[in-house]
Design a protein around this ligand. Structure first.
Ligand SMILES: [Fe+2]
Ligand SMILES: [Fe+2]
Length: 328
């Protein structure tokens, strides 16, 4: 019922007496006013109730949508959580298999390291056997080879080569004359001037040495040294007449160490030169017989006393070995 309807209803309430002659009751106006007031109050209460109901409906609606949104978010979160769990599981699986692969690889590397070490040891053993044969055959000595090795290592180190290469050049240098096993004794031990024919037989020791050292990677540097240690920087050496950097670095180093030690050592056919005289001969050969840069390094080592220290250390260890073996 609208406000207007209520007003009409109040207006139509007849509180006048039935008989027009009877005077109107004295409380009629008051009653009408009270009725009006009651209707107004009822209207106000009604519209307030309506407003409250509408407000409540709005709040309810809002809450419903908030709840729906919350439920949606919860669903999404649950989905994300599931996905995250799956990712975590996948990742853990990947890490596990990666770890297993790495362990396998490490095991394989370990085995390879062991195999390489064994190969190295076998190679070094082979070298000492070859050297024993060479020193018996040639009139060279074990100390000559030890000094050459130490000089070569010192030069290589001075040239800034990596440690493995220094070691490789060192052990490879001791095989420089291994091919002399094939050279006939009468030529090898001749104290006379060699004829051209005899000299061409001597030259053969470079080629024989390279052949004897086979094809193993372990002897690659040694093969180069055996073949090239009599080549000269100016190309006038043998057996191939290689010149300059055509000759391997290892062979260029060994030729200096070998000649210097041969000059400064006593041999049955000659006296030992002084270190100073030997060094002068090497310096004189720079750019002709020897690589000038390596000569410069070698001279520096001599000036620093390194060559002298090596020579006396080798002599001391040789004396120790001899006194040990004679005591047995
Ligand atoms: Fe030689
Ligand atoms: Fe030698």
């Amino acid at each position: 019922m609208s406000d207007d309807d209520t007003k009409d209803m109040v207006e139509t309430v007849d509180v006048s007496p039935r008989d027009p002659d009877v005077p109107q009751a004295p409380g009629a106006d008051v009653f009408r006013q009270l009725l009006h007031q009651a209707v107004r109050v009822a209207d106000m209460a009604n519209s307030q109730a309506m407003r409250m109901a509408l407000d409540f409906a709005k709040v309810y609606e809002r809450e419903q949508s908030v709840r729906k949104e919350f439920e949606n978010q919860l669903k999404q979160m649950t989905l994300m959580e599931k996905q995250a769990t799956r990712y975590a599981e996948d990742l853990a699986g990947m890490l596990r298999s990666e770890r297993e692969r790495r362990q396998e690889l490490e095991r394989a590397l370990d085995q390879e390291r062991i195999a390489n070490e064994e190969l190295r040891r076998t190679g070094l053993q082979g070298i000492s056997h070859l050297l024993l044969a060479a020193t018996i055959k040639d009139r060279t000595t074990g100390t000559h080879l030890q000094r050459v090795r130490r000089y070569v290592e010192a030069i290589a180190e001075r040239l800034g080569l990596p440690e493995e290469l220094v070691e490789e050049f060192g052990y490879s240098s001791v095989m420089h004359d291994v091919g002399k096993i094939h050279t006939p004794d009468h030529i090898l031990q001749s104290e006379h001037h060699l004829s051209d024919d005899e000299f061409s037989v001597i030259k053969q020791h470079c080629i024989d040495g390279e052949k004897m050292l086979g094809t193993a990677r372990f002897f690659e540097t040694a093969r180069g040294i055996a073949r090239e240690h009599h080549e000269r920087w100016d190309g006038k050496g043998y057996p191939d007449g290689k010149k300059g950097e055509e000759i391997s670095l290892a062979a260029r180093i060994v030729s200096i160490a070998d000649v210097f030690d041969a000059l400064t050592s006593k041999r049955p056919y000659k006296d030992a030169w002084s270190a100073e005289a030997g060094l002068k001969a090497i310096e004189a050969g720079a750019g002709e017989r020897f690589d000038p840069e390596i000569v410069a390094g070698f001279v520096a080592l001599a000036r620093e006393g390194v060559l002298e220290r090596i020579s006396s250390e080798v002599a001391a260890s040789d004396a120790d070995e001899n006194s040990g073996s004679s005591a047995k």
